[in-house]
Design a protein around this ligand. Structure first.
Ligand SMILES: C[S@@+](CC[C@H](N)C(=O)[O-])C[C@H]1O[C@@H](n2cnc3c(N)ncnc32)[C@H](O)[C@@H]1O
Length: 215
């Protein structure tokens, strides 16, 4: 495993444009991106990557074996999104806000996602934005799908009470020390109770669970 910390001028200038949105000065290390990608099962499921930046996690997902036709990449920063589209011509790169994820994905018509892999700075977001983003994520996730999320904080990236309200539970999978700053990788899934409710068609508070394939 390469242990380089990469300085990327484009990433740095995105941070200078909008430090709160970018949330980091350096892209994720190989150790972190590989740990994130390892949580994604190899197979034909759909993976949506949020906050792709300069594509560090994107590359790890492709190396992991996610095929380009089953990977959708979302990035809010216009310049980074254009750069991603240029660098990964085989991928669907959507420039847009994860808070409007359902609308963004509607045109792709690929159905629900099996994995959402997110580098979004959730804990730097305003509370109402964080709730909106997470509700959108779980609305586009298959009932048995997972959200892979990293955070630099020792706290969970989804505050415990919010996770409860969303009907999801998280597990810290790994602490990656070789990253600046060190990061924790979490995986969130619907709780068993929510899964049962979802299967029987009962809607939960924020979790708009529509029939698979419909946003
Ligand atoms: C910490 S950087 C991670 C970049 C890259 N994935 C990596 O790990 O090196 C977070 C990225 O999320 C993007 N971002 C932040 N808020 C977003 C939102 N609401 N919707 C889509 N992308 C967003 C930022 O522009 C930035 O590129």
């Amino acid at each position: 495993m390469s242990q380089r910390l990469k300085v990327r001028p484009r990433f740095l200038s995105a941070w200078l444009r909008n430090p709160r949105q970018v949330g980091a000065v350096l892209p994720s290390s190989d150790g972190l991106t590989q740990t994130m990608a390892a949580q994604v099962d190899r197979g034909t499921g759909l993976t949506v990557e949020l906050g792709a930046g300069t594509g560090a996690v994107t590359s790890a997902l492709l190396t992991r074996g996610v095929t380009p036709d089953r990977l959708i990449v979302v990035e809010k920063d216009q310049i980074l999104a254009a750069e991603l589209a240029r660098h990964f011509p085989a991928l669907r790169v959507l420039e847009g806000d994860a808070a409007r994820l359902r609308k963004l994905l509607r045109r792709s018509a690929l159905g629900l996602a099996d994995n959402v892999v997110s580098s979004l700075p959730l804990l730097s977001m305003r509370t109402h934005t964080r709730i909106r983003v997470l509700a959108q994520i779980f609305a586009i996730l298959h009932p048995e799908g997972k959200l892979v999320q990293f955070t630099y904080s020792p706290r969970p990236p989804v505050p415990v009470r919010l996770a409860y309200a969303l009907g999801v539970e998280g597990e810290r999978i790994e602490r990656v020390f070789w990253n600046l700053p060190p990061a924790n990788v979490w995986v969130y899934k619907r709780t068993r109770m929510n899964l049962t409710a979802t299967r029987s068609g009962i809607k939960t508070l924020h979790n708009d669970t529509r029939a698979p394939g419909v946003y």
